[in-house]
Design a protein around this ligand. Structure first.
Ligand SMILES: Nc1ncnc2c1ncn2[C@@H]1O[C@H](COP(=O)(O)OP(=O)(O)OP(=O)(O)O)[C@@H](O)[C@H]1O
Ligand SMILES: [Mg+2]
Length: 351
């Protein structure tokens, strides 16, 4: 079979793949485990993530995507090849792939993604601005006139757009996301308590006790790590009040940058979109009370959509099933050389 369509959201935290007529078929961490001696990958996604913090020194678990773009070309190509094969099996030859990219991706980053996807086995490829897919996945109606605002808080990047009649009229991206909160928690524990924790424990802390507004009722969690002084295992209690100042600081930095982005939106468009509130999605929107905090700080009503981490991949699914919507936004599936030529033309226009 030739020409099956896939939508790929290759994010800094997870890779999600939507297959035509099937729905989302892959949702796994964007990491690879590599053998340090041979530099060859030995596992991808969930299998690699299971090893992180638990593997011998000869194996290293690394991020394949950073700040929304490919950080290691060879690994990215091998990882994409692995997942395309996993989804398509041997029955599908060269699927057509719609892949989302950050609003701020440079033409070099676009070319890198294009090459990686093509080498990994895609036939025709279409690169779309990811926030457009997020907007459709959030349920923003394509035929509505007047702006609707969407904010996708990811792991490394936060993207923003105002959509009108199914197209982006204003967009921007910030190199900040939920990962800044991970780093703040790790740093606090290391600096103030001489404790090191692994990625799985950090995930538990994030899921269970962090919040964007100080909680009325303090919550506590018993977790394990190791002492940074004598390297011995240690079990300890961590509370929501203890880590709140570090979360608060990171959210304030994010809010300041969101405000800077909002200042670039023309007044008419902003007030129109503000009337309908902001659709929040991405894993960062799962931070407890984030919508309330943003509402307080930017004075616009915010609502976290259903299944916020799946908004972008579901939006890609809508786009692969509706080529008219893609075409209305100037996108279509094309072969690699044609995409390259378009990127080159876009580049020369920007100079
Ligand atoms: N329940 C939760 N509470 C707090 N944070 C969460 C929760 N669930 C997931 N996250 C965080 O959301 C982030 C992942 O979000 P998402 O899947 O949108 O990222 P991504 O799209 O891969 O990254 P990016 O868009 O930056 O390239 C991670 O930092 C993860 O820890
Ligand atoms: Mg994302």
């Amino acid at each position: 079979m030739k020409g099956m369509k896939l939508g790929i959201d290759f994010g800094s935290y997870s890779i999600k793949i939507y297959a035509e007529n099937k729905g989302m078929v892959i949702d796994e961490p964007s990491v690879a485990a590599i053998d340090c001696e041979t530099q060859q990958p030995i596992a991808f996604g969930s299998d690699a993530y299971e090893l992180s913090g638990r593997c011998p020194a000869e194996i290293k678990v690394v991020d394949v995507i950073r700040n929304g773009v490919i950080s290691d070309f060879v690994l990215a190509e091998k990882m994409l090849r692995y997942y395309i094969k996993k989804v398509c099996g041997t029955r599908v030859y060269k699927p057509n792939v719609l892949v989302s990219l950050s609003t701020n991706a440079t033409s070099f980053e676009k070319k890198t993604m294009l090459d990686a996807i093509t080498l990994a086995g895609a036939g025709r490829v279409c690169l779309v601005e990811g926030i457009l897919a997020s907007a459709f996945g959030c349920g923003i109606e394509t035929e509505k006139i007047g702006g609707r605002m969407v904010l996708d808080i990811g792991h490394h990047i936060t993207e923003f757009a105002i959509i009108s009649m199914g197209s982006i009229v204003n967009s921007g991206a910030i190199k900040r996301g939920s990962n800044d909160i991970d780093k703040a928690i790790e740093q606090h524990l290391k600096r103030d308590r001489d404790i090191l924790i692994g990625p799985h424990t950090l995930r538990e802390v994030k899921d269970k006790i962090i919040s964007a507004i100080r909680r009325d009722c303090e919550t506590a969690l018993f977790i394990s790590g190791k002492s940074n002084l004598d390297e011995m295992p240690i079990s300890f209690e961590i509370t929501s009040n203890e880590i709140y100042p570090y979360i608060d600081e990171q959210i304030s930095l994010l809010v300041a940058e969101i405000n800077t982005l909002l200042k670039t939106v023309p007044p008419e468009l902003l007030s129109d979109a503000a009337d309908h509130g902001i659709y929040l999605c991405g894993g960062g929107s799962l931070i407890f009370d984030i919508a309330e905090r943003l509402e307080q700080e930017i004075n616009i009503r915010c609502e976290v959509v259903d299944e916020p981490t799946l908004a972008k991949v579901n939006g890609l699914g809508q786009l692969i099933n509706n080529e008219k919507l893609l075409e209305n936004n100037g996108y279509r599936f094309i072969f690699k050389d044609e995409v390259r030529e378009r990127i080159r033309k876009m580049n020369s226009k920007n100079v």
